[in-house]
Design a protein around this ligand. Structure first.
Ligand code: URA
Length: 205
């Protein structure tokens, strides 16, 4: 298994797909190697591409504010993306790009072993599905559902950019993070069967 710094070095030199041509800086995951919660976004935006760090633009500000309001300490969160390089302006990552980038996500999950994984938006849900061998479906249908798969609880969530575009979903976005906050605390102390009962978890084998 590769360490997170080794993985980041590899990402910085990655030429596995055409996003190498649109990026300025590849963006590695960011956060502690012992994080309880892993949050997966779609792809770096303009600011992230400039700075080489995830969630430093408008979506990141909304995410930070919502984590704080939901009492989720940033120190317990690892941030990453379905692809590590910025797509062309206005484009979302292609399935082939998500697939090419998925070994990095797999290695991050293996290195960090997060108890709770939050894929935000359809690209992140697809990237996680690639690793977990499961078709979770679309965010509009499954946001806020809780799955247990390969020893992690998975809580799909809207992408903050979708909330900035359509604030009607902001209540659900906030509620989902409140559930995630409580779940992350409970998984530290409660046995698995109690969590599965208390949270209406769908077990994926
Ligand atoms: N949006 C994402 O999906 N990821 C980032 O890192 C920033 C914005």
């Amino acid at each position: 298994m590769r360490s997170l710094p080794d993985l980041c070095n590899e990402i910085k030199n990655c030429k596995k797909c055409d996003l190498q041509f649109s990026r300025k800086k590849p963006v590695c995951g960011f956060g502690g190697s012992q994080s309880t919660i892993m949050i997966i976004g779609e792809a770096p935006g303009a600011k992230e591409d400039e700075m080489g760090k995830p969630f430093v633009g408008r979506s990141g500000k909304l995410l930070d504010a919502t984590l704080e309001a939901s009492l989720i300490p940033k120190a317990r969160v690892y941030l990453t993306n379905s692809v590590r390089c910025r797509p062309k302006v206005g484009e979302t990552p292609k399935n082939s790009e998500i697939r090419a980038c998925s070994p990095y996500l797999r290695d991050e999950i293996e290195a960090i072993v997060p108890r709770v994984i939050v894929p935000m938006g359809n690209s992140a849900i697809r990237a996680l599905g690639e690793i977990m061998n499961n078709d979770f479906g679309k965010v509009t249908e499954i946001s806020g559902s809780i799955y247990y798969c390969k020893k992690a609880f998975i809580v799909p969530q809207f992408h903050p950019a979708a909330i900035l575009r359509n604030p009607k979903r902001s209540v659900k976005f906030r509620e989902n993070f409140e559930t995630i906050s409580q779940l992350a605390r409970d998984v530290e102390i409660d046995p698995l069967d109690a969590i599965v009962r208390n949270y209406d978890v769908k077990v994926v084998s």
